[in-house]
Ligand binder design. Structure first.
Ligand code: XIL
Length: 361
């Protein structure tokens, strides 16, 4: 009789142990289940601590929200939408606070989800003190960055699958944004931020994260330049995050999106869709909801089709908690669950993308 070897037994057991960090009891086949079956690491949703939610008065919806967010098996990953940002983690120079960030990160841990940590060095939602002085010396700015990255990355050391180390460093034409960091240090602020993060939390995947990287452009070339800059200096960079804040009426085509992802994958870094939402003019109607469905299907489909793309995160999942209506006037309904908890047609678009038998290359 042929007995299976120990090695083959182990190999068959391995996927059960490692493939899914979230096989909770009684979970249905949610988006994360299909994503893992399709070869991705996760399908996730960013979430905020309750006090920070865009429409916090929705308290009576919280039980339903929490059920879907943490217990339904829809999501195998999360990102705190706000709590780890500079404004909250170092509001005064040298004064650190991890309270809001911890609310989300501890839930991720409790529910066995991948955690993307966001964001260490960013010009926006920056604590005012960093910009209150415009004439920092180079040395002062180096110390500010090293101290911030060290303390914040240490606070969540070992918990983050990935860190967005630098966020939105580029202008649309691919040149560097004139942030306070760039004004004082030039490109060095990028190398310094990544170098410091690598030293503090060597196991976390270190990402450059930005928007409008979803189709080839001067900006995607700029992001590739950043990857090469770090690689040339032998500084660890593991991934590029495509935020993917998209518009239902003018999304990237499947091919454009595949090209953009491959452009990064070719450099040897992984890619993730980190903040996906696809906004439309409100009130929504059958036509723009169908456009939105196709757009979700294409971007998630592109990620499934390119091996270097490892996961998708939507920027919250419940429309009332989306940032979109607060920033883009007259637009909204960008996520997968409507205010009344019915699902967008786009939910089925995502499932279709995840269950398509497509080639990975
Ligand atoms: C947004 C949050 O969702 C809002 O709650 C906050 O008021 C502003 O920031 N790019 C990013 C995210 O990297 O951190 C932003 O999140 C959206 C754009």
């Amino acid at each position: 009789m042929h007995l299976p070897s120990v090695a083959s037994l182990l190999l068959t057991a391995l996927p059960l142990t490692f493939a899914s960090p979230t096989p909770g009891k009684g979970q249905s086949k949610g988006l994360d289940y299909y994503a893992k079956k399709a070869g991705l690491k996760y399908f996730g949703a960013a979430t905020d601590s309750p006090g920070f939610r865009e429409r916090a008065p929705y308290v009576e919806q919280y039980p339903k929200y929490d059920q879907i967010m943490w217990k339904s098996g829809e999501f195998g990953q999360t990102t705190p939408t706000n709590g780890q940002k500079w404004l909250f983690t170092e509001p005064e120079q040298g004064v650190f606070n991890y309270t809001e960030g911890n609310i989300v990160t501890s839930k991720a841990r409790k529910h066995g989800m991948y955690l993307r940590c966001h964001a260490l060095v960013w010009h926006s939602q920056l604590a005012p003190w960093v910009e209150a002085k415009q004439d920092w010396t180079k040395d002062e700015m180096r110390k500010i960055i090293v101290s911030h990255v060290t303390r914040v990355a240490t606070a969540w050391k070992g918990q983050c699958y990935a860190w967005d180390v630098v966020n939105e460093a580029l202008n649309e034409d691919g040149t560097y944004r004139e942030s306070i960091f760039y004004k004082v240090l030039g490109e060095e602020y990028l190398t310094l931020s990544f170098k410091t993060a690598a030293k503090v939390d060597p196991k976390a995947k270190l990402y450059y994260n930005d928007y409008n990287l979803e189709w080839p452009s001067a900006k995607t070339e700029g992001a590739q330049r950043i990857v090469r800059l770090l690689q040339k200096n032998r500084i660890k960079i593991d991934g590029v995050g495509l935020q993917a804040h998209l518009i239902a009426e003018q999304p990237p085509t499947l091919d454009q999106h595949i090209d953009a992802i491959r452009g990064f994958a070719k450099l040897g870094v992984e890619v993730a869709l980190t903040e996906l939402d696809i906004r439309l003019k409100t009130p929504s109607n059958p036509t723009n909801l169908e456009q939105q469905k196709q757009a979700y299907k294409n971007v998630v489909g592109a990620c499934v089709q390119v091996k270097g793309c490892i996961g998708v995160t939507i920027w919250d999942f419940y429309d009332p908690f989306s940032w979109v209506p607060h920033v883009f006037e007259g637009e909204g309904d960008a996520l997968l669950w409507f205010e009344d908890w019915s699902r967008h047609p786009a939910y089925d678009g995502v499932v279709e993308a995840l269950t398509n038998k497509t080639r990975r290359w």
